[in-house]
Design a protein around this ligand. Structure first.
Ligand SMILES: Cc1cc2nc3c(=O)[nH]c(=O)nc-3n(C[C@H](O)[C@H](O)[C@H](O)COP(=O)(O)OP(=O)(O)OC[C@H]3O[C@@H](n4cnc5c(N)ncnc54)[C@H](O)[C@@H]3O)c2cc1C
Ligand SMILES: NC(=O)c1ccc[n+]([C@@H]2O[C@H](COP(=O)([O-])OP(=O)(O)OC[C@H]3O[C@@H](n4cnc5c(N)ncnc54)[C@H](OP(=O)(O)O)[C@@H]3O)[C@@H](O)[C@H]2O)c1
Ligand SMILES: Cc1cc2nc3c(=O)[nH]c(=O)nc-3n(C[C@H](O)[C@H](O)[C@H](O)COP(=O)(O)O)c2cc1C
Length: 698
């Protein structure tokens, strides 16, 4: 048996889904994969593993391995391990990342590097898939290459020995193996790469037929623009390679409602969940600002929830109610919205290691599950489209769904599904004859993720309170009908606090008796080192344009209280580089910052206004935070290179954090008189020493 060990390390599920895909495809290729989450260290042992190892590893935070890989990474990074510790291992690694982040695929790179340092050898090239342009661009060819590399490995003398060993162990009952007939080893081309020459032709006929029925000539159809629902030649006439049908594994039973209460607490979470009332809501921007920024204060006084300035926490949010109702209606399940959902694994499923989705709580109502548990806005993956094909009755619609999940249709998938952020509901509305059962949805729609927010307060300054700020995310959906949509969490929060916001003054106190304070559910985020230095005499530089100012308000409030408590203490300089668009529209916390400055807590306040050429009263004109950093390059370099200070960057990862990073390289190079490469090394060292900290998000 050609067995390999398959480990995944995921934060949000994509690495797991890809590993499962590899596991399923392996069978048709004549391999058997032992699939485990990398955290399940009791289920595998790399010290004694002789079969090839395949890893799928994503990246989170600021170039960190996922939380599930933390223990694994810590263990392999043990400096006392000998250089040949993994000399017996042959491995292949697929890293997942997003090139918008500074440290692309760094989670995978850390593991890859360390495995090699410990003597392990790659049996296939490492892949780095980029979520920014579509993971599948790398994932699909990498998986294809994996089969070839595994085959080569097992053909080698070492591989043959492993297989013999495996067979012996299997006959001893040590390993669970599925006997595979040799002829099945070549089944792949029939199962996985289904060539649809015939169906392609038939479906083109359907298209032609439709065109004729509609009174159009065939030439007209060919000249049409492609869209989510329509393709043009050559794709419309191509033979398609479509993915294998993902094996179904869930059986859903809808039970009459029992009348019991449900609460957000039913949402599954590994972290403790706290239900807390909103005690205040303030609009920080004026009505004519480009983005609306809100501050929300939570009353945590009756809970055990605690935080330090610089921490972030999770907000558990629901999907938009009208989208949930539309989905129920479209699935013809609106009259069963209150029914309890009971799930079982299909007895005859072909899915290996099928398990119930952890994020769907037992016995909750259908409406609750669609509202609180499933990311119904998530862009459907190709495997999901493939599953939908079999529930679509109209020939033309079926063909288009096949195209969108096929290799030949990759560009159309990227354009009309991924880049357009088409949701499941968008697809179901665009393909009216598609009527999937609930089980298929529950198999494919991912968990609704809580949204993290940075604490924008200090509990020394606001005892029993936790404040955070956010921009209400708004965008136009690019699907058939263009509609204005709001971010799932920020749109919900904005509606929730609407009645608390006072017109004109924009501030409100919920406990002032005007409105009943709504409650929200939050959970702590434990892993964080974005904290003030333990030694308050260390000088710091804070860079946070827009809502990136959030943690620094907490830092400053904390420092103000410390300075009050220790009037003779030695406190290091605090620099803040803040940026916004207009001085009079979105200068967040303007009065509070000026007060900190006046008190001497904030020693240097440098503000840039990106669309206000005449403004910038605090300093010479600078468009962005990095322009202001450049204007103060000597002082910033001195804090970092001579005074052992720290620099903190918070906010947008896409552009700002990268540009600030480049500016720091530039000023270190200039001020220290070193080459760019040397300056980059210095910055990397600062990062390692946790003196250059980022809390960034795209
Ligand atoms: C550690 C950490 C701390 C954070 N702190 C803060 C903070 O203090 N303040 C803050 O405001 N944010 C913060 N964020 C980001 C925050 O968690 C959310 O991601 C953000 O508020 C958007 O959430 P949402 O649910 O409203 O948007 P979502 O619905 O999740 O949308 C996310 C993005 O996708 C885009 N999008 C989604 N669907 C479509 C579509 N159909 N068409 C086009 N575009 C689409 C939207 O433009 C949006 O930007 C932080 C993130 C992290 C990781
Ligand atoms: N802890 C965290 O990870 C955290 C905390 C808070 C916020 N965030 C995230 O950070 C993101 C951005 O925050 P925001 O929406 O508040 O910012 P924003 O309002 O969009 O922008 C703030 C300012 O930054 C400017 N800007 C644009 N491009 C820039 C660049 N390349 N370099 C420097 N400045 C630039 C903008 O200028 P112009 O528009 O005029 O170009 C504007 O003046 C959001 O996605 C938010 O979710 C993350
Ligand atoms: C909060 C967050 C932080 C991320 N940080 C990085 C990063 O530093 N480097 C990177 O290459 N990708 C980063 N990514 C992108 C993810 O690695 C990428 O989307 C991946 O496909 C996620 O896979 P997963 O669902 O298995 O965790 C980040 C994604 C998120 C949501």
């Amino acid at each position: 048996m050609r067995r390999f060990l398959l480990l995944y390390a995921t934060q949000r599920g994509q690495a797991k889904a890809i590993a499962e895909e590899i596991c399923e495809k392996a069978v048709a290729r004549g391999f058997s994969a032992d699939l485990h989450c990398i955290s399940e260290s009791d289920k595998y042992d790399l010290k004694t593993e002789t079969a090839p190892l395949v890893l799928v590893v994503s990246t989170t935070g600021d170039g960190d391995p996922p939380d599930t890989a933390r223990k694994f990474v810590k263990e392999i990074q043990d400096k006392t391990l000998p250089a040949d510790f993994f000399a017996h291992l042959r491995y292949g690694l697929l890293g997942l990342g997003d090139s918008e982040y500074t440290y692309f695929c760094n989670g995978g790179k850390i593991i890859d590097k360390r495995l090699r340092e410990l003597g392990a050898q790659r049996f296939c090239d490492t892949g780095h898939a980029d979520d920014c342009v579509g993971l599948e661009l790398v994932v699909e060819p990498w998986i294809d290459g994996l089969w070839a590399a595994l085959t080569k490995h097992f053909m080698s003398s070492r591989g043959k020995q492993e297989m013999n060993g495996a067979l012996t162990m299997a006959s001893n009952g040590s390993w669970r193996t599925d006997p595979m007939k040799p002829e099945l080893l070549h089944i792949e081309s029939q199962v996985e790469l289904l060539r649809l020459d015939d169906s392609g032709r038939k479906n083109s006929e359907v298209l032609e037929q439709n065109a004729v029925n509609g009174g159009q000539s065939n030439a007209l159809v060919a000249d049409c623009e492609s869209s989510l629902t329509r393709s043009i030649p050559p794709l419309s006439q191509a033979s398609l390679h479509i993915p294998a049908l993902p094996p179904e594994y869930l059986q859903v039973h809808l039970q009459e409602p029992l009348g019991q209460e449900e609460s957000q607490v039913s949402v599954t979470s590994v972290d403790p969940i706290f239900q807390v009332p909103i005690s205040e809501a303030v609009q920080l921007t004026t009505n004519d600002a480009i983005k609306t920024t809100l501050l929300v204060e939570l009353d945590i006084s009756k809970t055990d929830f605690s935080y330090q300035p610089g921490d972030a926490f999770n907000v558990i949010c629901p999907n938009n109610d009208s989208e949930v109702q539309n989905l129920l209606q479209r699935l013809q399940l609106e009259d069963r919205r209150e029914h309890r959902v009971l799930l079982q694994i299909k007895a005859d499923t072909k899915k290996k290691g099928a398990s119930l989705p952890q994020h769907v709580p037992e016995g909750c109502s259908l409406q609750f599950i669609l509202t609180w548990c499933l990311e119904i806005r998530a862009v459907p993956k190709k495997a999901f489209l493939r599953a939908l094909v079999d529930y679509t009755s109209n020939g033309a619609e079926k063909r288009r769904l096949q195209e969108l999940c096929s290799r030949q249709g990759a560009a159309d998938y990227n354009r009309f599904v991924r880049d357009a952020c088409a949701s499941l509901l968008d697809l179901l509305l665009a393909f009216p004859s598609c009527q999937p059962p609930l089980s298929v949805l529950l198999e494919h729609v991912p968990k609704l993720q809580p949204r993290p927010y940075s604490c924008a307060s200090s509990s020394l300054f606001h005892p029993g309170k936790l404040r955070f700020i956010f921009n209400v995310v708004e965008f136009l959906s690019n699907t058939a009908t263009v509609v204005l949509r709001k971010g799932v969490c920020t749109g919900w929060l904005a509606t929730l606090v609407e009645s608390l916001l006072q017109p004109h003054t924009c501030a409100s106190h919920a406990n002032g008796g005007r409105a009943l304070a709504p409650e929200i559910s939050i959970s702590p985020r434990t892993t964080n080192c974005f904290h003030l230095p333990n030694d308050p005499s260390v000088p710091i530089v804070m860079v946070g344009p827009g809502t990136g100012i959030a943690p620094f308000i907490g830092f400053l409030q904390h420092r103000e209280k410390l300075q009050e408590q220790h009037p003779d203490g030695h406190f290091g300089a605090m620099w803040l580089f803040f940026g916004c668009r207009y001085e009079d529209r979105d200068y967040l916390f303007r009065e509070e910052l000026r007060r900190f400055h006046k008190l001497g807590v904030l020693t240097h306040l440098k503000v840039s206004f990106s669309r206000d050429a005449s403004a910038g009263e605090e300093e010479a004109p600078a468009k962005y935070v990095q322009d202001n950093i450049r204007l103060h390059s000597k002082q910033v370099a001195r804090v970092l290179l001579q005074e052992d200070g720290c620099i903190y960057v918070c906010g947008d990862a896409k552009n700002m954090a990268k540009d600030v990073n480049d500016t720091l390289v530039e000023i270190i190079s200039k001020e220290a008189g070193v080459e760019k490469l040397e300056a980059m090394k210095t910055l990397a060292t600062l990062k390692e020493e946790k003196r250059y900290l980022q809390d960034i998000w795209s």
